[in-house]
Ligand binder design. Structure first.
Ligand SMILES: Nc1nc2c(ncn2[C@@H]2O[C@H](COP(=O)(O)OP(=O)(O)OP(=O)(O)O)[C@@H](O)[C@H]2O)c(=O)[nH]1
Ligand SMILES: [Mg+2]
Length: 783
């Protein structure tokens, strides 16, 4: 026992010397307030108060500096003066100030939190000085408070790097910021966290933390990463940096593929703190330059990420499987060493930072020190100020979401949006002063200043998209992402004033965006973003006439962009186009312009291939749903296997009775799926589908039941057919109504033939009486 203790001590010392740990994130110190001075009883003189020990936040400090400044780790404030005959009111002792870095928690010995120092000039008293002697204390000075306290450093980083050793985290940090961390091909090069600040040209910045590499078992303090796992708790976004070649600690240890790395890192984080998995995460696939021309590894990784559920289940041991998995908001391929494309992606990082939805769900966020912002008109042109204001509104939104006060959250989100629009306008103004003539039609501008498009900051677009998206979620709560358990919808939230504010915000944005030259990408995509948001809103509110208005207003310019997009095949651009065309299809469907609707849905279905994102499958499903329905209105029946592949079970259930003309079953199914049909906005097509079912019923009769293949069916028989197969419950169904139905079937070209009133028969054409493709025109008077 004794021996092992000794050995352990030696090993620890050795390790300490070997590593010469330059980083301290914990410091235990003794603090004592000064003693109060004695009073002078004879003259009623009062002793001086003992000095306090204060902790004060200061920039550019480390805990190590604090330690080095006072190796004894004892902080004692000076005593108060005694009272004298010449100086009855004695002087107080001087306070002792301990300067500490930002992001410090001050804890008592028992772990109780005294205070936190998060900002410059944050201050707190850790040991009070004793009172000076007075008549209450029989003129005896009192001793100061004495205690041990702990400083615990938690890095306050916006983005925290997570990765295995050697993945290239430090390299990336050095590329993104001015920090120069140690870089080498040896694992565990980084021994302590490094902070770096990414500064954009316009002064905005965020902090990133390079943490030492994690290895398996980090949560139980293996490797070095364990000591620093807690820092991940404090970063708002986790940036996974994964070596595309995988990771091998040494030649004897197993090689971990890139996907393995992600799984094991996730498991590590989950074991340490399950709530970490709720954070926003971005995946950076590093060392892309080392891939020789084939992208096999990359494709494998994407495949695994897309099918992670099955793969985790089938290929990983239970003990390695994390219970949850990160949903990576963005996946970027980078080469940290030879140029990163992160600069192009900074907008995505920024938009993640401004993401309230994922932010407010994190448990340990502290909203105490928020300030209710106030817009001062004088400062509106100050870019720096606007960014500060924007971030303050951001935190306020998060806070109100926490408190379930959606109304206020929306108001602040709306202000946040205004801030962004002011920034955008400021940007536009600067741009228009640099170009001498600012013409609304952009072609001229490009001739004057050909670099205008390159100048455009890459962060504008994703941030704009994010803000507009969340503004809608808050204007229309109860829709999708926002809808978590502890949130309840109430009616007054969709109140008219909210929708009006929302509208005017988006219209303002549209105005601002249209000030950009028409060749500018932000303008092109921005219009799509705004129109898409509007359409989503109006569809959700069932205000179809407003949709029509908007579509007709913007159709012309968007059409031009869509054609351009077809030739350029820009990836980012196309996702917005897909959304727009999806809504355009729905809009045309409402207008019974099925032919054009098919075109759009077809486009969306075939182009919605971006399998990197898990949400795309849902979009594909949706567009297929409409595609199938519209095509059915055109006379063709879909193949079942494709519906099964995309799990459109409701549709499969509905189509079968239509196909065989089982009217009764069809009506039953309609009742069963009423909610589904209503939600997907297909309810208004039911009458048309019913007509098709009836036609198919006749077709089945003529081709199969009636062996003689007659072309004359007595009306009584048709009536009987209908009554037998569906309308039995509806008592008032008469021969006149039957004639109406038959007439509309004939009129729409679904049956070739005529009604002979004289012989009271339905005469169908001998050649192709039930044409495969019929033109379903917009005559709606069916019943
Ligand atoms: N080819 C290539 N090599 C890279 C890239 N990024 C980093 N490296 C190399 O990978 C090695 C490790 O890089 P570091 O940045 O020290 O890795 P780290 O993740 O900080 O490692 P630890 O500090 O040990 O956790 C170095 O030799 C880098 O030169 C890259 O994009 N491409
Ligand atoms: Mg490193």
């Amino acid at each position: 026992m004794f021996l092992s203790r000794c050995l352990y001590k030696i090993a620890e010392q050795d390790l300490g010397r070997h590593l010469n740990l330059p980083f301290i994130d914990k410091l235990r110190v003794y603090v004592r307030g000064g003693r109060g001075g004695n009073g002078l009883k004879k003259y009623g003189g009062i002793g001086g108060q003992g000095g306090h020990v204060l902790v004060h936040g200061k920039r550019n400090l480390t805990l190590k500096n604090v330690y080095e400044k006072n190796l004894a780790k004892r902080y004692i404030a000076s005593d108060g003066e005694h009272s004298y005959k010449t100086c009855l009111n004695a002087q107080s002792g001087e306070n002792l100030i301990i300067h500490v870095p930002l992001g410090i928690q001050i804890l008592r010995e028992n772990g109780e939190l005294i205070d936190e120092i998060n900002d410059i000039d944050d201050e707190c008293i850790v040991a009070h000085g004793g009172d000076g002697g007075n008549y209450k204390t029989h003129f005896q000075g009192q001793p100061g408070e004495a205690t041990m306290i702990n400083f615990d450093l938690k890095l306050l980083a916006d983005v925290g790097f997570v990765g295995y050793p050697n993945a290239g985290k430090s390299t990336l940090l050095s590329m993104l910021s001015r920090t120069q961390p140690a870089i080498s091909p040896v694992p565990f090069t980084t021994l302590h966290p490094q902070l770096g600040t990414v500064v954009f040209d316009d002064g905005r910045s965020f902090t990133i933390a390079d943490l030492p590499g994690l290895i398996e078992g980090s949560h139980v303090k293996m490797g070095l990463g364990s000591r620093f796992l807690k820092h991940t708790l404090r970063s708002k976004i986790l940036l996974f940096i994964i070596d595309i070649n995988g990771f091998q600690l040494e030649y004897r240890s197993p090689l971990r593929s890139a996907f393995d790395s992600i799984v094991f890192l996730t498991k590590e984080l989950e074991l340490y703190e399950p709530s970490l998995l709720n954070k926003s995460a971005i995946l950076a696939i590093n060392k892309i330059d080392q891939l020789d021309n084939n992208d096999k590894k990359l494709n494998e990784l994407y495949y695994s990420l897309n099918n992670y559920k099955q793969i985790l289940e089938n290929e990983y041991d239970n003990k390695w499987c994390p219970k949850n998995f990160f949903h990576f908001e963005h996946i970027v391929e980078i080469s940290g060493k030879y140029g990163t494309n992160f600069k192009q992606h900074d907008g995505y990082l920024l938009s993640e930072l401004l993401n309230v939805i994922s932010m407010y769900k994190i448990d340990d966020l502290d909203f105490n020190d928020y300030i209710e912002p106030n817009l001062d008109q004088q400062l509106i042109n100050d870019n720096d100020f606007l960014w500060k204001l924007l971030s303050q509104h951001h935190w306020t939104v998060c806070r109100y979401l926490r408190l379930n006060d959606i109304d206020r959250a929306f108001r602040h989100q709306s202000k946040k949006f205004s801030c962004f629009m002011s920034i955008l306008n400021g940007y536009l103004n600067r741009m228009s002063t640099t170009t001498s003539t600012f013409v609304d039609d952009g072609h001229d501008i490009d001739q004057i200043n050909p670099s205008l498009n390159d100048d455009e900051p890459s962060w504008l677009l994703p941030v704009f998209n994010r803000l507009a998206h969340e503004l809608r979620l808050l204007a229309l709560p109860g829709n999708d992402e926002l809808n978590n358990d502890d949130y309840e919808t109430s009616d007054n939230m969709n109140s008219n004033s909210t929708i009006q504010t929302y509208n005017s915000q988006l219209l303002n944005a549209l105005g601002a965006i249209q000030r950009f030259p028409s060749t500018n990408k932000l303008r092109k995509v921005g219009i799509f973003i705004i129109v898409n948001q509007m359409l989503k809103t109006y569809y959700a509110l069932h205000k179809f006439n407003l949709c029509t208005y908007f579509i007709s207003k913007t159709e012309r310019s968007l059409k031009q962009y869509m054609q351009e997009e077809n030739t350029q095949q820009e990836h980012r651009f196309s996702s917005y186009v897909l959304t727009y065309r999806y809504f355009l299809g729905k809009h045309l469907l409402l207008q019974h312009n099925y032919k054009s609707a098919i075109e759009h849905f077809d486009y969306v279905f075939t182009n919605c291939l971006d399998s990197k994102k898990s949400g795309s499958i849902k979009n594909k499903q949706q567009s297929l749903l409409y595609l199938v329905i519209v095509k059915m209105l055109h006379g063709s029946t879909p193949k079942m296997d494709i519906l099964e592949k995309y799990q459109l079970n409701e549709l499969i259930d509905l189509i079968e009775p239509i196909r065989i003309g089982a009217l009764k079953l069809f009506i039953d199914k309609i009742k069963q799926y009423e909610q589904f049909l209503f939600d997907s906005g297909l309810f208004f097509l039911i009458e048309n589908l019913k007509l098709i079912t009836i036609r198919n019923l006749f077709r089945t009769y003529v081709y199969q039941i009636d062996q003689q293949q007659t072309d004359k069916i007595p009306l009584e028989t048709t009536l009987l057919l209908l009554l037998n197969f569906g309308f039995e419950k509806e008592i008032f169904f008469t021969i006149n109504e039957l004639i109406d139905i038959l007439n509309s079937l004939i009129q729409k070209g679904m049956i070739k033939g005529y009604i002979s009133y004289k012989f009271r028969t339905l005469v169908v054409s001998r050649k192709d009486p039930f044409p495969k493709n019929f033109r379903f025109t917009s005559l709606l008077n069916t019943s």
